[in-house]
Design a binder for this molecule. Structure first.
Ligand code: IMP
Length: 469
């Protein structure tokens, strides 16, 4: 199993991809099209959202588990994209009948009501909310994939009714003359009909495969810092992202747990609003990145308007400018939306909390190559958030509210920088001593070994501690 330990976008997909060859099935256990991962399929680069990683191995089965939410239109479009590369998807994709359907009305509600969170506008929150509340009077709110399969026409009628209600309710907020219900429903129905063969009638499919000794790789979407329970409300996602959540969603008995690994970025990022204690430039950076819902400072826009003085000057500037420079150098913009990701220092307390809740067997870290830029900053050191303080005293617990985060500061350690380009490094012993010492210090604090280090964006740019992939 693989989960993200920070705020998402840690680079989980590449590790799932790298490990998938040793498994028979790759199963996604939470979230929906709010996730995004880049996959190389038959020489083409694809940005996928709902199809599990591992799709590029033609012999792997793919599973979307019961605690996921599925947008049929987007899923069908993604499948078509992958199939255009020559890889088949439909015959090996299995969708749990207990996963919920993201209905067109859910997306309208997300757009109309959830701007303050900075959601991905994919209808995730409304779908999970309706899954919990189930009905409003006599109107059924939540539809499962199994209902699409078993009672198709009734399911479509409910989706249509819900869309009519939401379109009417949010007409003003959506600033539109009206939604073309017929057109929306036609797209929805067409996609669902194509997906029906992928929906399992049997909710036990995955467990039965396990009983047949099939090896299952569980893939988490989003990350621990965005977890519905463990993240800080309201700027979190609506599903659980933990190791325990994977068992709940797939129904795999906990006694059958294999190894669980976490992925963390050495220069973390966050998209959307919400506390980010080690953020470079603090609130100024949050406001900058989220201007116009994140649409104002896209990569192209930052290049154009912030080109003053160039990257070098910004790197050497204050922390806010340094954050912009690191974002540009590390290409930290949303894979599908282009939104700028807020950038900060490694937050070791966050990782320790993730480790404490998830009891991981090891950690993969990414973006070690990007640490090289810190040698050119005014700190001439790699800043690492080692602990939290309140009123200048180290605290021993994790803040759980936004108000508490405002009173909390990161206690920073400044680690010796290195200047070596890591792109071609493949041996642990060839990593710079400064980096190895930093990783050891982090491992010691969080009490979990760092097993692999990403040194570039390509799949092969990874250094394994034990020398193997
Ligand atoms: P939602 O999941 O679309 O409701 O968005 C809630 C928050 O989680 C927003 O701040 C999103 O930007 C963030 N988020 C959701 N999924 C991901 C992801 O896969 N990577 C990074 N951030 C995410």
């Amino acid at each position: 199993m693989i989960i993200g330990m920070q705020y998402g976008d840690e680079g989980k997909g590449r590790f799932v991809d790298g490990m998938a060859h040793a498994y028979d099935i790759v199963a996604r256990f939470n979230g929906g099209p709010n996730a995004g991962h880049t996959v190389e399929a038959n020489g083409r680069t694809l940005k996928l959202h709902q199809i599990p990683s591992g799709v590029n191995y033609p012999d792997k089965k793919l599973y979307i588990a019961s605690e996921c939410v599925v947008n049929p239109i987007k899923l069908y479009e993604e499948m078509a994209e992958v199939e255009a590369t020559g890889l088949s998807v439909a015959p090996r994709l299995h969708i749990s009948p207990q996963a919920s359907v993201i209905q067109p009305g859910h997306i309208l509600r997300d757009i109309a009501t959830m701007k303050s969170v900075g959601t991905t506008m994919n209808g995730i929150g409304p779908t999970y909310a309706d899954r919990a509340s189930r009905v409003e009077g006599s109107r059924q709110l939540d539809i499962r994939m199994g209902e699409l399969l078993n009672n198709t026409q009734r399911a479509f009628a409910i989706v249509r009714q819900n869309l009519e209600v939401e379109a009417q309710k949010y007409k003003d907020a959506l600033q539109c003359d009206g939604i073309d219900i017929e057109k929306e429903m036609a797209r929805f129905i067409a996609a669902c009909e194509m997906l029906l063969p992928c929906i399992d009638i049997d909710p036990e499919y995955l467990r039965k495969q396990l009983a047949k000794k099939m090896r299952i790789l569980l893939e988490g979407a989003q990350a621990f810092g965005l977890d519905k329970t463990y993240g800080i409300t309201p700027e979190i996602t609506s599903s659980n992202t933990t190791v325990a959540a994977a068992f709940h969603s797939t129904g795999i008995p906990i006694e059958q747990k294999g190894k669980a690994f976490g992925v963390a970025k050495l220069i973390p990022s966050r998209v959307g609003f919400g506390p980010f204690i080690t953020e470079f430039g603090g609130e100024k950076s949050e406001i900058h990145c989220m201007a116009d819902g994140g649409k104002q400072h896209t990569h192209r826009e930052e290049r154009r308007s912030l080109g003053y003085g160039g990257i070098e000057q910004m790197l050497a500037g204050d922390d806010f400018e340094m954050g912009i420079a690191l974002r540009m150098l590390g290409h930290e913009y949303g894979a599908s939306t282009g939104r700028p990701r807020r950038i900060g220092a490694l937050d070791v307390q966050q990782l320790a909390y993730a480790q404490s809740v998830n009891n991981l067997d090891g950690i993969f870290v990414t973006k070690a190559d990007q640490l090289v830029h810190f040698a050119r900053t005014r700190h001439k050191a790699i800043p690492v958030g080692i602990a939290y303080t309140q009123d200048n005293k180290i605290i021993s617990h994790m803040p759980t509210t936004k108000a508490e985060c405002v009173r909390t500061e990161a206690f920073m350690e400044h680690v010796a920088p290195f200047t070596q380009d890591l792109g071609d490094t493949r041996e642990w012993s060839n990593l710079p001593t400064e980096l190895r010492e930093m990783l050891q210090r982090v491992s010691d604090i969080i009490r979990c070994e760092i097993l692999s280090v990403g040194v570039g964006p390509k799949r092969e740019q990874v250094v394994h501690r034990n020398g193997r992939s």
